[in-house]
Design a protein. Structure first.
Length: 310
């Protein structure tokens, strides 16, 4: 049987080291360098001929993270790797998954086309912004579920009056899965935007008085939505409010918004490395889950057991 070889791009090196450690083998040796004009170059420093290669890289900004991943795929293909699985803990551009106004690109579909064209055999990712993005690919896609690492932490809090909240109407399905698992109620924050990353109005649909509220989302970018939702929920009489978000994009004034919000804490994962430290941000690792998924994929086993609702 072919060997598993795990390699990492520069953008996700710390997480990749953890994944390799949980899997039980060191990261493969490779070299990634940048020329003075910004052009990237990638090469493997060991043979991958006939092997199952796993390339780990989140495609968050800067754009060179995406370019480096494409070079990794191309290098593996040209080095005669048997299978090339791209492990993308955070799949960037996933929010651009539809044509919601005239003359715009569907960037998530473009990303799927590029990865496939480069030579990827399979995609392993986590908490896609929308599940239907899996249909953009003509290769197998495994989309791991964030509930697997958030549920144990929420249990450890032992909150008495637990209720879950979706920060927008689009996230109700994700929030409902948490509420169903804990046999708790849920509320929805209905927001209206004037433009991207700027909220005009928001209202809470449901009763949160005296409740310990947990907001659920797949990612937190500027933290404007989460912070505003937390503040309104506390104004409505909640006892406490927390948020669990898989991907800490945290751009712009995100850290400032979080520190100034009513949030008790924001629980995220290490799919994207944090730019700053904050007393309100707690990081859970996805390394063990990804290591288990890699093992099951290599052994041709189902990964259903890794989903907490299974």
């Amino acid at each position: 049987m072919s060997l598993v070889k795990i390699f990492s791009g520069k953008g996700t090196l710390e997480l990749s080291e953890k994944i390799a450690q949980f899997y039980g083998k060191p990261l493969g040796k490779c070299t990634s360098q940048k020329f003075s004009d910004g052009e990237l170059n990638f090469s493997f420093n060991e043979s991958v001929r006939g092997e199952h290669v796993y390339l780990i890289q989140s495609t968050n900004p800067p754009t060179e993270n995406i370019m480096e991943l494409l070079l990794m795929i191309d290098a593996a293909k040209r080095a005669s790797a048997k299978h090339i699985t791209v492990v993308v803990p955070y799949f960037g551009y996933a929010r651009q998954d539809r044509k919601d106004r005239p003359r715009v690109s569907i960037a998530a579909k473009l990303m799927a086309n590029i990865l496939s064209a480069a030579g990827a055999s399979r995609l392993l990712t986590c908490d896609l912004h929308a599940g239907q993005i899996q249909g953009f690919f003509d290769i197998p896609v495994d989309n791991l579920d964030g509930t697997a690492f958030f549920v144990p932490y929420i249990r450890s809090l032992k909150l008495e009056n637990l209720i879950f909240a979706s920060p927008d109407v689009g996230g109700t399905a994700r929030t409902r899965s948490f509420a169903k698992f804990f046999e708790a109620d849920m509320v929805v924050c209905d927001k209206h935007r004037k433009r991207a990353n700027e909220i005009a109005t928001m209202q809470v649909i449901g009763d949160v008085e005296g409740k310990d509220v947990i907001l659920v989302d797949d990612l937190v970018d500027t933290a404007g939505t989460i912070s505003k939702a937390a503040n309104i929920i506390m104004e409505k009489g909640a006892s406490s409010v927390r948020a669990v978000c898989t991907h800490p994009v945290l751009s712009g004034k995100a850290y400032e918004n979080i520190e100034g919000s009513a949030l008790t804490e924001l629980v995220v994962t290490d799919t994207i490395p944090l730019k700053e430290k904050s007393n309100k941000i707690k990081v859970l690792t996805v390394a063990d889950l990804f290591a288990k998924a890699i093992r099951k994929i290599h052994d041709n086993e189902s990964i259903s057991s890794l989903f907490i609702n299974y």
